[in-house]
Ligand binder design. Structure first.
Ligand SMILES: Cc1cc2nc3c(=O)[nH]c(=O)nc-3n(C[C@H](O)[C@H](O)[C@H](O)COP(=O)(O)OP(=O)(O)OC[C@H]3O[C@@H](n4cnc5c(N)ncnc54)[C@H](O)[C@@H]3O)c2cc1C
Length: 429
C-alpha cells in the first residue's frame, strides 16, 4: 500500500466571485476527464456554458475504468457504485447502467470457519444463521443496529464530526469489542478505505456506513467504465480532447505538453490524485481469478479475517454481473492485505492457493488471469483539514481530493463548482 507525496493545502469555503464572460473562443477549460471533470463539464454544458475538457490519457474515467480481456471484464481495482449516493441522479441515468447488486452483507473467514454477517433489517431470514455462529457480542450488534438508525439519512460527510478521531478510535470509544473491530470492521471498511489500520478520519464513517445500509453495492453491466462513458456521452463530441496532457495551468490559459496555448475564461483543475498533484494517497491492487464454480454464498463478498490471511476481500464479479465473464465461467476479484516485500505476482499466487483451500477447489482449476495495480488510488483522508481547497486563487479545483474519497465526493465537488461558475456566468450576461 503506497503512500506518496505530501498534502499541503487546507480546505476552505469557496465563495463566488465577480461575473465572467464565457464564449466558445474563451470557454471554461477543465483539466482531467475523470468522473469529477466529466460531471462538471456536463452540468456546465446543460446550463449553456461553453466548456472544453483536456485529458492526458486516451480514454475518459481516470481512476474509474474497465478493460475487456479474453471475454473477462477487469475493472481498474475492485470498485462498486453505491446506488444510495445522492449525487448520482443529477448527472447519471442510473437505470441505463443496468446495475446488479451484491447481497447486503458478507461472509467472514476466520479460525477455519465461515461466519455469515448480513444486514439483519434487509435479510432477516439470515438472522438465525448469524446467531448460530456469531462474531462479536450481542452488545456489539445492538450498537451496529443503533448506528444504522442514527445515520440512516446521512447523505454526505459532516467534516466537523468526531474531530481528531480515527475510525478505529471512534469504534473503540463506542466500546465495540476488539473481536468485532478486528474480524468485521477492519476487513470490511479497511477494504473500502484501502488501509487496514482504520486510520481514516472518523467523520467519514457515518456517511459510508449509512450509504451501505441505505442502498446496495452494485456494478454496471458494462463494467465501471460505463459510468464515465455515460457522462462523456452527454457532451458534444468536440468538448473532450483525449491524449492531451496539460503541462501548465495558468490563471486564464493552459499550455499542453506540445507548447500549445488555450485561452480560458475560467480554469477548473480536475487532475485530482494525478502525479501532478501533491496529495497523500493509498495504493491498491486487485487480482482477477477464474474459479471453477460460483462461491457457496451467492453474490456475497467474502472477507479474510485471520491475522495471517493474505486475502482481504473476494468479490464474485460474474455471479453478480454475468457479463463480467464468458458464459459458464466464473470471475472473482481478490484484493489482498499488504504483504511485506512480496511482489504482486507472488501475492497473486499465494491468494490463488488460499482461495482454492478456502473453498476446496482443485488448485489447477483456479486460474490467475491478471492483476491491476494503482499507485495512487484513494486520497488519504486522515483529517478533513487535509482536503485540497476548491478555490486556488482564480482557478477552481474539483475531485475527491477536495471532498472525501469516493465517487460521491468527486461528483459533489463537480456540482458545487459547476453551480458556482454558472452563477457567475449568468451574472455576466
Ligand atoms: C482501486 C479503487 C477502488 C475504489 N473504490 C471505490 C468504491 O468502491 N466506491 C467509490 O465511491 N469510490 C471508489 N474509489 C474512488 C473513486 O474511483 C474516485 O473517488 C473517483 O474516481 C475520483 O475521480 P476524480 O475525477 O476526482 O479523479 P481521477 O479519476 O483521478 O481523474 C483525474 C483525471 O485527470 C487526468 N489528468 C491528470 N493529469 C493530467 C494532465 N496533466 N493533463 C490532462 N489530464 C490529466 C487523469 O488522467 C484523470 O483522468 C476507488 C478508487 C480506486 C482507485
Amino acid at each position: 500500500m503506497g503512500v506518496e507525496g505530501l498534502a499541503v493545502e487546507v480546505g476552505v469555503d469557496m465563495g463566488d466571485d465577480g461575473p465572467i464572460v464565457v464564449t466558445s473562443d474563451r470557454p471554461v477549460c477543465i483539466v482531467g476527464a475523470g468522473v469529477s471533470g466529466l460531471a462538471c463539464a456536463l452540468r456546465l454544458h446543460r446550463a449553456g456554458v461553453p466548456v472544453r475538457v483536456f485529458e492526458a490519457e486516451n480514454r475518459v474515467g481516470g481512476r474509474v475504468g474497465s478493460e475487456f480481456v479474453e471475454g473477462f471484464r477487469f475493472d481498474h481495482g475492485f470498485q462498486v457504485l453505491l446506488d444510495s449516493y445522492e449525487e448520482l441522479a443529477g448527472v447519471l441515468d442510473v437505470p441505463a447502467l443496468n446495475l446488479r447488486s451484491f447481497e447486503p452483507g458478507c461472509v467472514v473467514k476466520w479460525r477455519g470457519d465461515f461466519y455469515p454477517l448480513f444486514d439483519p433489517v434487509r435479510r432477516p431470514s439470515a438472522v438465525p444463521r448469524m446467531m448460530a455462529k456469531m462474531i462479536g457480542s450481542w452488545r456489539d450488534w445492538m450498537k451496529i443496529v443503533g448506528f444504522r438508525a442514527r445515520w440512516v439519512n446521512r447523505q454526505t460527510v459532516r467534516f466537523s464530526e468526531s474531530p481528531g478521531l480515527s475510525v478505529r478510535e471512534f469504534l473503540e470509544r463506542e466500546r465495540l469489542s476488539s473481536e468485532i473491530i478486528d474480524r468485521f470492521f477492519r476487513p470490511f471498511f479497511g477494504g473500502v478505505f484501502l488501509e487496514h489500520e482504520l486510520s481514516t478520519a472518523a467523520c467519514f464513517f457515518p456517511f459510508i456506513f449509512s450509504r451501505f445500509s441505505a442502498g446496495s453495492a452494485a456494478i454496471p453491466e458494462r463494467g465501471m467504465q460505463a459510468v464515465p462513458d455515460q457522462l462523456a456521452a452527454g457532451l458534444p463530441a468536440d468538448v473532450i480532447s483525449l491524449g492531451r496532457r496539460i503541462a501548465k495551468v495558468g490563471v486564464d490559459h493552459l499550455v499542453d505538453d506540445h507548447g500549445e496555448r488555450v485561452e480560458a475564461a475560467i480554469l477548473v483543475d480536475a487532475r485530482s490524485l494525478s502525479a501532478d498533484t501533491q496529495t497523500l494517497a493509498h495504493g491498491a491492487a486487485v487480482h482477477f481469478i477464474e474459479v471453477p464454480a460460483p462461491l457457496p454464498e451467492r453474490r456475497t463478498l467474502y472477507l479474510g479475517a485471520d491475522d495471517g490471511s493474505t486475502i482481504n476481500v473476494i468479490a464474485p464479479l460474474s455471479d453478480v454481473q454475468p457479463s463480467y465473464a464468458p458464459a459458464g465461467r466464473h470471475l472473482v476479484a481478490v484484493t489482498c492485505y499488504t504483504c511485506g516485500s512480496r511482489s504482486i505476482e507472488e501475492i497473486g499466487e499465494v491468494a490463488r492457493r488460499e482461495l482454492a483451500t478456502w473453498f476446496g477447489f482443485q488448485l489447477e482449476m483456479v486460474r490467475l488471469l491478471g492483476f491491476r495495480s494503482i499507485a495512487r488510488a484513494l486520497p488519504r483522508f486522515v483529517s478533513p483539514s487535509n482536503r485540497v481547497s476548491q478555490r486556488d486563487g482564480e482557478r477552481y479545483r474539483i475531485g475527491d481530493v477536495t471532498e472525501y474519497p469516493s465517487l460521491n465526493g468527486a461528483l459533489r465537488s463537480a456540482r458545487i463548482v459547476a453551480e458556482s461558475i454558472s452563477r457567475r456566468v449568468c451574472d455576466g450576461r
